[in-house]
Design a protein around this ligand. Structure first.
Ligand code: HEC
Length: 217
């Protein structure tokens, strides 16, 4: 029983140290983070679309982190964009980096696929566009109607995917929000020197040559 006090002090000490190293210090390091000038904050609709992205598990198959040529030669060649920097995620809380790449990286999908119609068709039924696609379809984000109302956005489909009897597929709000979010994903602006430094060297402020020597040694 008389060991209780040292045990308690030890336990609290470990907790305090962990909080300092894993919470306070990183937050202090990141405190000067600024968003890149070209990066726009998400609009309200894009944020709603982002929630759809999370809720529908898009992250299970899609990453949002193009890698540098030092890590892989393929991301650039596939047209997924330059390797991302910390500032690219300034408005992303929490970030949606992802780990799986069953499908392509999406951090710059808005820059390479700019058509709302394309995205709506693809979400309604990916096989319309690629008959080999293993991406799930999201029919519950759409509604089959006898006739489109004035404000309805009708999904473009080839004849064999149209519902029967002349009915039409229109996008629900969920699909429109999600596509608005996808179209906003564009970090193709050039990264500043400071951002590249943070990405490639973290908080190592030694002159570049010294650091390179350190790595090779
Ligand atoms: C089971 C894995 C899987 C899930 C879950 C998934 N996708 Fe995909 N996605 C893929 C695959 C595979 C492709 C490539 C074939 C294609 O385009 O259909 C793809 C392609 C895409 C593309 C085209 C990207 C490009 O560069 O061509 C977009 C946009 C996309 N998905 C968005 C989404 C969204 C939004 C969600 C969530 C609602 C989602 N995906 C969920 C597997 C998935």
């Amino acid at each position: 029983m008389n060991k209780l006090l040292p045990l308690l002090i030890g336990a609290i000490g470990v907790l305090l140290l962990a909080t300092l190293m894993l919470v306070i210090l990183p937050a202090w390091q990141l405190r000067t983070s600024q968003p890149p000038a070209q990066l726009q904050p998400y609009t309200e609709q894009q944020l709603l679309g982002r929630q759809q992205y999370v809720a529908n598990g898009c992250i299970y198959c899609h990453s949002q982190q193009p890698r540098s040529t030092g890590q892989t030669l393929f991301d650039g060649a596939r047209g997924w964009g330059r390797a991302s920097t910390p500032g690219d995620y300034f408005y992303d809380t929490p970030h949606l980096l992802g780990t799986m790449r069953t499908g392509p990286d999406l951090l710059n999908v808005g820059a390479r696929l700019k058509s709302r119609d394309w995205h709506l068709t693809h979400l309604y039924q990916p096989r319309v566009i690629f008959d080999w696609s293993i991406m799930p379809s999201y029919p519950y984000m759409f509604e089959v109607k006898d006739e489109a109302a004035r404000d309805d956005v009708v999904v473009r489909l080839p004849a064999q995917f149209q519902p029967p009897d002349g009915r039409v597929v229109v996008a629900r709000k969920e699909a429109l929000d999600l596509v608005e979010y996808l179209l906003s994903l564009d970090r193709t602006y050039p990264a500043s020197h400071e951002e590249l430094q943070k990405r490639d060297r973290g908080y190592d402020h030694r002159p570049e040559t010294a650091a390179a020597d350190g790595h090779s040694g």
